[in-house]
Design a protein around this ligand. Structure first.
Ligand SMILES: Cc1cc2nc3c(=O)[nH]c(=O)nc-3n(C[C@H](O)[C@H](O)[C@H](O)COP(=O)(O)OP(=O)(O)OC[C@H]3O[C@@H](n4cnc5c(N)ncnc54)[C@H](O)[C@@H]3O)c2cc1C
Length: 406
C-alpha cells in the first residue's frame, strides 16, 4: 500500500497551501483533487489585498487580471462611489488562481493527482487510510490508476470545500443557518467599457435580497456577477438574480451556477486524531462579505505548519498534538468572524438603519475597504461607528448620488 506523510484532500486554495507548507518542510505530500484540472469554481474571484499578502509574492499579471481600487455601492436608488488610494482587490479567474497556488505546492515537491475523489476510511493518528477513486473523465492515464486505490498517510488535511463529504463525516452536517446561497454567472463587457467603476472597481448592490447582496467583479474579457443571501432568507433568490442582471443592463455569456458559502463560523472540531480541517470545509469564510479565499489560504498555511512541526518533533498527530492549529485559527480570526456574524444579524434586523449609516457617509465604506486591504477589522469599524451613531444618523456629510433606475 502506498504510504505518504501527508495526504491533502482537495486542491483548492486551502489544500494547495497546506500541501505547499508540508512539502516545503520535506514531508512526502500527496494532493488528491476530485475534478480535472484546471477546474473553474463558482466564485467572484475577488482576492483581497489581505489574502494576497499571505502569499510569498504578489500574484503574477496573468492571474490578477484586474487590480481594483474603486468601489461603487448601490442601495434602493442610492449610489456611493469611492476611490481607494491603492488597489484593495485583485480580480482573478479561479482556474488560474488555483493552478498558480497548486503550482507552488508542486514546485515544493508535492504530488498532485487530479480526477481522483478521496474517501477517508479510517482516521487514526499515524495511520489514516484513504481510498482514491477515479472521478469524472480521468483522461489518459496508466490503467492501474483508474482502479480504486488504497493509500495510507501519517495524517490528512481535509480541504474538500463547503460540500465535501470527507469533512462532513468528520465535522458533522451544516445547519441551514450556517450557509449562504449564491447565484453567479459571467456577463459581456458590451456597453460597460466606458464606466471606470465597472472597469477598475467592484460594485456591490444591496436591497435585492434581505441578508445578502449582489456584486460585479471585472475580468479582462468579461464581468463576473452574482447575488448571494443567507440560506434561511434565500427564497426567490433565482428570480432576484434575474432582476439584478436585467436592471444592471448585463448580458450573460455563461450558464448560471449556484453554490454555497459557509457563514456559521469555524467548525467546533477543527482537528481530530490524524486530521485537520481547512478553508470552507472548516467553516472559515466571512459571514457578512462571503470572503473565503483569505481564510482558505491562511488556514491551509497554518495547518501545514502545525502538522509539519508535529511530525518533525516525532509526535503522533493526535487531536491534542494538532490542537495548536485550532487555537491559532480561533486566536487569529475568531473575533473577526464572530463580528461578521453580528453584522449579518444587524443587516437582517435593522437593514434601513445600517444602510442609512453606510450610505450617508464615506467613512464606513472606507473602513470596510481597509479591512480588505488588511488594515482593520469589524471590531474597529464598530468602535468607530458606535460613538458617532447620533451624528451619523443626523448628519449628511457627503451627498450621495440618486440613481433613478435601480
Ligand atoms: C458564488 C461565490 C462567490 C465567491 N466569491 C468570493 C470572492 O470573490 N472572494 C473570496 O475571497 N471568496 C469568495 N467566495 C468563497 C470562496 O470561493 C471559498 O471560500 C474558497 O474557494 C474556499 O477554498 P477551499 O480551498 O476551502 O475550497 P474549494 O475552493 O471549494 O476547493 C475544494 C476542492 O476540493 C475538491 N474536493 C471535494 N471533495 C473531494 C474529494 N472527496 N476528494 C478530492 N477532492 C475533493 C473540490 O473539487 C475542490 O476543488 C465565493 C464563494 C461563492 C460560492
Amino acid at each position: 500500500m502506498e504510504k505518504w506523510d501527508v495526504i491533502v484532500i482537495g486542491g483548492g486554495p486551502a489544500g494547495s497551501q497546506a500541501a505547499w507548507q508540508c512539502a516545503a518542510r520535506g514531508l512526502r505530500t500527496l494532493v488528491l483533487e476530485k475534478e480535472r484540472l484546471p477546474r473553474e469554481k463558482p466564485c467572484g474571484g475577488g482576492v483581497s489585498l489581505a489574502a494576497e499578502n499571505l502569499l510569498p509574492a504578489p500574484l503574477p499579471a496573468q492571474v490578477a487580471e484586474v487590480r481594483c481600487h474603486l468601489l461603487r455601492t448601490v442601495h434602493q436608488g442610492w449610489r456611493r462611489e469611492l476611490s481607494y488610494p491603492q488597489p484593495f482587490l485583485a480580480s482573478v479567474r479561479r482556474a488560474a488562481l488555483d493552478a498558480h497556488l497548486l503550482d507552488m505546492a508542486q514546485r515544493a515537491g508535492a504530488e498532485v493527482r487530479a480526477a481522483r475523489a478521496a474517501e477517508c476510511l479510517e482516521p487514526r493518528p499515524g495511520r489514516v487510510r484513504v481510498r482514491s477513486t477515479p472521478h469524472g473523465e480521468a483522461g489518459i492515464s496508466f490503467p492501474l490508476r483508474n482502479e480504486p486505490q488504497d493509500l495510507v498517510a501519517t495524517a490528512i488535511v481535509v480541504a474538500d470545500g463547503v460540500t465535501g463529504k470527507v469533512s462532513r463525516a468528520l465535522r458533522g452536517r451544516w445547519r441551514r443557518q450556517d450557509l449562504a446561497l449564491c447565484y453567479t454567472a459571467e456577463a459581456d463587457w458590451d456597453g460597460h467599457h466606458d464606466d471606470p467603476y465597472r472597469r477598475n472597481g467592484i460594485e456591490v448592490h444591496y436591497a435585492f435580497v434581505p441578508m445578502g447582496y449582489g456584486w460585479s467583479f471585472p475580468k479582462r474579457d468579461s464581468i463576473y456577477v452574482g447575488l448571494g443571501a443567507h440560506l434561511p432568507a434565500a427564497r426567490g433568490l433565482d428570480a432576484a438574480f434575474a432582476r439584478f442582471v436585467q436592471l444592471n443592463g448585463l448580458c450573460l455569456s455563461s450558464p448560471i451556477r449556484a453554490a454555497l458559502v459557509p457563514v456559521g463560523g469555524p467548525a467546533r472540531n477543527l482537528v481530530g486524531d490524524g486530521w485537520l480541517l481547512v478553508g470552507d470545509a472548516a467553516g472559515l469564510a466571512d459571514p457578512f462579505s462571503g470572503e473565503g479565499i483569505r481564510y482558505a489560504i491562511g488556514s491551509g498555511q497554518m495547518a501545514g505548519r502545525v502538522l509539519a512541526d508535529c511530525l518533525e518533533r516525532g509526535s503522533l498527530p493526535t487531536r491534542t498534538a494538532l490542537a495548536p492549529y485550532a487555537r491559532l485559527v480561533r486566536a487569529t480570526w475568531g473575533p473577526q468572524l464572530a463580528m461578521g456574524r453580528v453584522m449579518l444579524t444587524v443587516l437582517h434586523r435593522f437593514p434601513a438603519a445600517l444602510m442609512e449609516i453606510y450610505f450617508r457617509h464615506d467613512e464606513p465604506f472606507r473602513r470596510t475597504l481597509d479591512m480588505l486591504a488588511g488594515r482593520g477589522a469589524y471590531g474597529s469599524l464598530l468602535r468607530w461607528v458606535l460613538p458617532r451613531l447620533p451624528f451619523l444618523i443626523l448628519a449628511r456629510s457627503v451627498p450621495t448620488v440618486r440613481e433613478p433606475s435601480i
